[in-house]
Write a protein that binds this ligand. Structure first.
Ligand code: HEM
Length: 257
């Protein structure tokens, strides 16, 4: 028979084991939500940059996202639901990350001194994650809300007008810089943390991963800036007719003939 003292000790031990599992579970959720968001952003940037091909290409992508080619007519609610899902993943990721932020100026100074003394580039990357993550929390939330309530107002002219006439371009510019650093550093840190692509020589693979990370940042930053410039050019040219919706050439040509 177990004595009361032994039983109390066992209960205490079990609760300690349970508690010690929580940080690992939170880490796991943070990695999973980060992976979803990182991959989503690659797809998002490729779709949004269709404007670099032509207005018709961006119109096609918009209608594809609204399910028009499968369901026979456009359903912007699909975009709203996707944006709500991404918003939930985004907020979950951010809330779990907050626990690792320096909680006071004193903690921040200790961290900076530590980073300067050790000159370890991964420690600096972590600091960039904190700054860009904090920025994205505000700017990303605004963007997601705007998209959620304007899911029926996306397209070559609608998006370009929002950027120029709706003055969203400064937000997009800051968000783009934050996203491109945060996303590629995040995916790099995921690979290092979980040992993905480690191979036989962990040091060499970490070096390679870092090169790939930089290549990805430069590629998506370049693509994002070119995309932003393209929307802004259309937005300026369309300023006097802001609000007018784009009619694709295959429809306007049919109407004209
Ligand atoms: C389902 C969710 C999302 C949808 C449907 C969506 C859609 C769009 C659309 C249509 C644009 C073009 C501008 C406009 O129409 O206002 C845009 C631009 C942009 N979005 Fe999103 N977005 C989503 C989520 C996100 C998230 C989570 C982020 C980052 C936190 C983000 C970052 C950006 C950036 C930086 C741009 C500017 C891109 C550039 O100019 O190169 N988006 N998004």
């Amino acid at each position: 028979m177990q004595s009361d003292v032994e039983l109390a000790k066992r209960v205490e031990l079990e609760s300690l084991v349970k508690k010690s599992r929580v940080p690992a579970q939170l880490d796991y959720i943070q990695s999973a939500t980060g992976l979803i968001l990182g991959l989503f952003m690659w797809g998002h940037m490729l779709f949004v940059s269709s404007i670099l091909i032509s207005k018709d290409a961006m119109y096609f992508v918009t209608k594809m996202m609204e399910g028009e080619y499968v369901l026979g007519e456009a359903h912007p609610e699909i975009v709203t639901v996707t944006a709500i899902f991404i918003f939930i993943v985004f907020i979950t990721h951010a809330l779990i990350a907050i626990r690792k932020f320096p909680g006071s100026y004193k903690q921040f100074r200790v961290f900076r001194e530590h980073a300067v003394r050790f000159k370890h580039s991964d420690t600096n990357l972590w600091f960039i994650q904190v700054i860009t993550g904090f920025t994205m929390f505000f700017l990303g939330s605004i963007h997601l809300f705007v998209i959620m309530v304007n899911s029926d107002n996306i397209g070559p002219y609608a998006s370009a007008d929002r950027m120029v006439s709706g003055w969203m371009w400064p937000l997009y510019l800051l968000l783009l810089v934050a996203v491109e650093f945060h996303g590629s550093i995040g995916l790099y840190r995921l690979c290092v943390k979980w040992g993905w692509f480690e191979g036989k020589d962990a040091k060499a693979s970490r070096k390679n991963l870092k090169k790939i990370k930089w290549a990805i940042t430069i590629f998506f930053m370049g693509l994002g800036l070119a995309t932003l410039a393209a929307y802004m050019k259309i937005g300026y040219e369309h300023k006097d007719k802001a609000g007018e919706r784009y009619v694709p050439t295959y429809i306007s040509a049919k109407v004209a003939s």
